[in-house]
Design a binder for this molecule. Sequence first.
Ligand code: COA
Length: 334
Amino acid sequence: MPMYAHIVGVGSYLPERILSNTDLERMVDTNDEWIVSRTGIQERHLAADDEATSDLAALAGERALVSSGISKADVDLIIVATSTPDMLFPSTACLAQKKMGLTCPAYDINAACTGFVYALQAAVASIESGRTRTVLVIGADALTRYVDFTDRGTCVLFGDGAGAVVLQAGAEPGVRGIVLGADGSGADMLKVPAGGSAAPATVERIEAHDHYLKMSGNEVFKFAVRVVPRVTTEALEASGMSIEELDWLVPHQANQRIIDAAAERLGMPSERVFSNIARTGNTSAATIPLALDELYTSGRLAVGNTMALVAFGAGLTWGAAVITWTLPHANKED
Ligand code: COA
């Protein structure tokens, strides 16, 4: 009998502190009308000063485990997708493992905003091969730690957060096709130039703001609008499914205009396209598991619903997964 991976638990965490567009108006030359009309974002969450990515990851991971009802001793592997680790090493997965009181192997994947889909692929491959049975996949980022709050072209876009799923082996599909892509020739479009081995931190580099995120917004926008429909279609083909069979399109939340343009190209009606960007901004590797938790908790997902998850990000990277939802609804707000 073929072995599939399917989602048996989901959870998320958004830090309490909120940064509104009005707050940003006091920091840079911008305004609420520009931000909302160009991006769809109204507010974003900011990690507290004493919260690191592993804290966000651990809280989301704990919540996903509770929702699965699976005991901590039964988790075989933790994968954390992040591009904003607590520190270069140890991995954020090891730090979150300790905070959650787990003992299994743990490692990070960095595919920037596509990280969750990459981590899903690694988890699914591990489960389908029979090497693991239960894997906790977390997408967690605190990108506001790397955002230059003097650069209005980027600082309005990002927020912090984490989301997680528990995947387990089962006889029914679950996670169907996954397609990933990367093109390192686009590396300069979105990067944090300093602080790594190519340009270690120096006073000069810090003064030049080189340890902050740099982005060619227009180029990334055009890339995203092209790649999202393409990779979604490829993942549907790999799953033997058509766009009409999808109950939900769950796109990476980077810009509402990218979401709308991609959905239109795919012919996906807007009421079946998930969006929470107005309240979260771009939380990088966390956007898709945050979306899954919000869809699930709000009762909009039923067993048997099929959805496409699709993301893009620095690297350049991109990826899409087609998933049939198998977690019975439990209203966590009751
Ligand atoms: N407030 C007010 N004005 C702003 C602004 C802000 N926060 N940011 C930029 N502007 C200005 C620019 O300076 C420019 O002014 P100019 O015409 O006088 O030079 C004008 O608005 C238009 O800028 P432009 O960059 O062309 O705007 P845009 O419509 O492309 O929107 C982004 C900019 C960043 C919102 C958009 O390019 C984008 O979302 N790109 C993709 C980003 C992304 O997805 N990143 C994450 C990938 S995972």
